[in-house]
Design a protein around this ligand. Structure first.
Ligand SMILES: Cc1ncc(COP(=O)(O)O)c(C=O)c1O
Length: 384
């Protein structure tokens, strides 16, 4: 990947910082403007900018805790980013892991159905590396069973389900604007929802949980009437953190958003060339490409051969191709020390995730990648 920040982005920041006196530099009009423009682009009514995708994960689960102070279970895949799991654990919920489907690298609905119990409070669906992870059945089950659907779209800005952008189907969705993602604000994230109550809570939660950040006067009055001894400026709805964004990040994000759709189209075409060029006897090419907004090329071996895997890695290294093993997030989170410590060695119970852990990689795909390099790469891989 290349650093996505452009000279044009930097010039916008310089212009923003030129006036005397300086404008407000944190969580102000530029953040608000980006939230509004992001909402127009994505199709969600309410959007709250935070300073990372991890913060968006954390606040989604904090909202679940606010609604369920006694905890419960959250279904999620072991093919995740660490902050998804951290948000579940740190908010006192029990993670219930479900394996993924190789075709879209997201929760396997058949596995999900087996794991839903009366304690299931939320399903945390992660759209991995640009693939659409949703199914109509999952959306229906969540509605029928009153389970909160949280979409983590940090790796899949612009992917669609039934022609509509993912991140608009769940009750809440999370985005990241880390500097290597589809678009960037250097560091940044967004919480998106169509639910006004959640919006009001997220406004408070990103600012230490402070009630004064909400704009719902009735809600404010009711909390204050239940807590008459408190100064109205310092009422903490939850034990929360400071996840606010600076204005500088929002200035960059506003400029980057202008190019997002155009760049996504280039990335998606690049993925087609990549997958079509691979030898299907050696590599899995049956990914569900419909609605994908590729983030990085997905390379997965058909067979479980450590010898072949090592030869693939040696070839990529020799030819200066950067790669990451484990597909997304370093692979099977259940193999990580922080989960083994509490759950033991259960990682092999998730065979698809575990296959990707050992025999899957991602390789950078970015808008300025020369097209002619892609067949060179696939030929190299096919010769291994
Ligand atoms: C699926 C997923 N969720 C959450 C995050 C966290 O985003 P951030 O790096 O902005 O904290 C990432 C990071 O890349 C991610 O891939």
């Amino acid at each position: 990947m290349f650093d996505n920040i452009t000279r044009e982005d930097a010039n916008q920041v310089i212009d923003f910082l030129s006036p005397d006196p300086l404008p407000i530099l944190t969580n102000s009009s530029k953040v608000k403007q980006f939230e509004a423009e992001w909402g127009k682009w994505l199709g969600t009514k309410y959007n709250v900018m935070v300073n990372s995708g991890s913060a968006a994960n954390e606040l989604s689960l904090l909202l679940l805790k606010y609604q369920n102070p006694k905890g419960g279970e959250v279904i999620l895949p072991p093919m995740a980013w660490v902050s998804d799991v951290a948000a579940v654990l740190q908010n006192g919920f029990t993670p219930v892991f479900c394996d993924i489907k190789l075709e879209n690298l997201a929760l396997d609905i058949e596995e999900v159905k087996k794991k839903i119990t009366e304690k299931t409070k939320a399903i945390l669906l992660i759209h991995i590396l640009g693939y659409n992870g949703l199914s109509d059945e999952l959306i229906k089950i969540c509605k029928e069973k009153n389970i909160l659907l949280i979409e983590d779209v940090c790796e899949s800005h612009g992917a669609t389900h039934n022609g509509q952008r993912v991140g608009t189907f769940g009750d809440i969705s999370n985005f990241s604007f880390y500097y290597a993602h589809h678009m960037t604000s250097i560091e940044g994230g967004m919480l998106c929802t169509n639910n006004e109550k959640y919006y009001q809570l997220f406004r408070a939660f990103r600012s230490h949980g402070m009630l004064r950040e909400t704009t719902d006067e009735d809600f404010k009055a009711s909390v204050l009437s239940e807590n008459p001894s408190l100064n109205k400026d310092f009422v903490f709805l939850e034990a929360a953190h400071n996840f606010r964004s600076t204005e500088i990040n929002a200035v960059i994000a506003l400029n980057q958003l202008k190019y997002l759709s155009q760049q996504n189209r280039i990335r998606a075409k690049n993925l087609e060339i990549f997958l079509d060029g691979l030898n299907p006897n050696k590599y899995f090419v049956g990914f569900d490409r419909k609605g994908n907004s590729n983030y990085a090329f997905t390379l997965v071996l058909k067979d479980k051969s450590f010898n072949f895997r090592d030869r693939v890695e040696a070839t990529l290294k020799e030819n200066g191709v950067e790669f990451r093993r484990g597909l997304s997030g370093g692979g099977n989170q259940l193999r990580q020390p922080y989960l083994r410590k509490i759950l033991g060695d259960i990682y092999e119970q998730y065979p698809v995730t575990d296959h990707c852990h050992h025999f899957g990689w991602y390789i950078g795909n970015y808008p300025t990648l020369p097209k002619e390099n892609i067949p060179v790469l696939t030929e190299l891989l096919n010769r291994v």
